[in-house]
Each structure stands twice: as structure tokens, then as C-alpha cells.
Design a protein around this ligand. Sequence first.
Ligand code: GLN
Length: 212
Amino acid sequence: RPVIGVLALQGDVREHVAALRAEGADPRPVRRPEELADVDGIVLPGGESTTMAKLAGRFGLLEPLRAAVGSGLPAYGTCAGMILLADRLLDAPPDQATVGGLDVTVRRNAFGRQVDSFESRVELAGLDGGPLTAVFIRAPWVEDAGNGVEVLGRVVGGPADGRIVAVRQRNVVATSFHPELTGDRRVHALFVDIVRRRLAERAGADAGDERG
Ligand code: GLN
């Protein structure tokens, strides 16, 4: 079972743990830098990104997270987690730190204050089984994405029509919305698969090293 950490400083940690377990992973809360060393992937949950970034700094997790994601550790961020994974932010306090790893500009609270939360159907590239119900809670969107970033999903219809709400760059996945709150585990399944593939690749590389 791939060991997948869930950053457990703040936010909807339990829901991610349940979804990951149901998809065959061994989820573990991560609060300390040492705990990060034992995981094959990491989930950054929804919550409040400013608070989460501050706590990550205070717990000494920011640099280890940057180093881990920078060297290819698979990561999945939902909502505030997407904000944490973004290389650039809009509508954030100027000193808000991020982990980075995704070559995107993310706008916080992008859907406007009057629409606190809403649901919408979003079609995700590479997911079988039709559109999923996306739950947006004071959600960000991806304002723009670099060339290496694959756009997985956009809002269809309404004032935010066409806005990017799901992206992937190699081993890093982010959604503006919260699949962990709906019982639809297809995005978690996709992420667990990314983690499994990376483990298999690394096992192959190690075996190669031994032979060589
Ligand atoms: N608006 C929050 C932030 O900026 C994100 C909300 C969420 O994660 N549901 O962090």
C-alpha cells in the first residue's frame, strides 16, 4: 500500500484520509518534517491557505515540502491546497508563502465574496464515468498556466465559464474544488495511481542500479 501523507495542520484532513484509504492507500497525517520523509505522496487539504502557510512555516514544514515536491514527490492539493502548490498568487497577502511546484498563477477567492459556495458539474480530462460534482467553497481558480501544465477541467456555463479549476503538472495535481466531500473518489484514485506509478518506476530504477 502506498503511504500517502495528508498535511494535518488545518483543514479537511479526515475526509482526505477516508478517501485515500478507500482507494487502497495507507494515509498518514503529517505535522512534522520527519513524517514527510516516510511518505510516497502528499495531499494538501482544503482549509484556509494563509493560516496553513503560516502554520507550515512555524512547524518547519515549508522548506521540506518545497524540497520534496521539487524533487518529484507526488502531491495533490484541493482548494487551499491548490493555493499552496501554486508558484504565483493573486489576491493573497503579499507575504503569503507557498510550497509551489505548479507553474500556475492562482487567484484566491476568485468566484467572488457573494458566492461563498456552490456546486457545478465539471468534466475532467482522463477521468472515465462522466462529469463529477464539484463543490466550490470560497474557491480559487487558475488564472493562467504555464506550458508544462495540463488543464484537466474548466467551469462550464455561468459567469465563470471557461475558468480553469483542475490542473496537473507531472506528479502534481490540484483542484479548486473538494472531491473529498462528495464521495466521488475518482480524483483520489487518479492520484493514488500517480503515486503507485512513481513507486514502480523507482523500484525499477533501483533494480537497474543493482544490476549495473
Ligand atoms: N479561500 C480559502 C483560502 O484562501 C480556500 C477555501 C477552501 O479551501 N475551501 O485559503
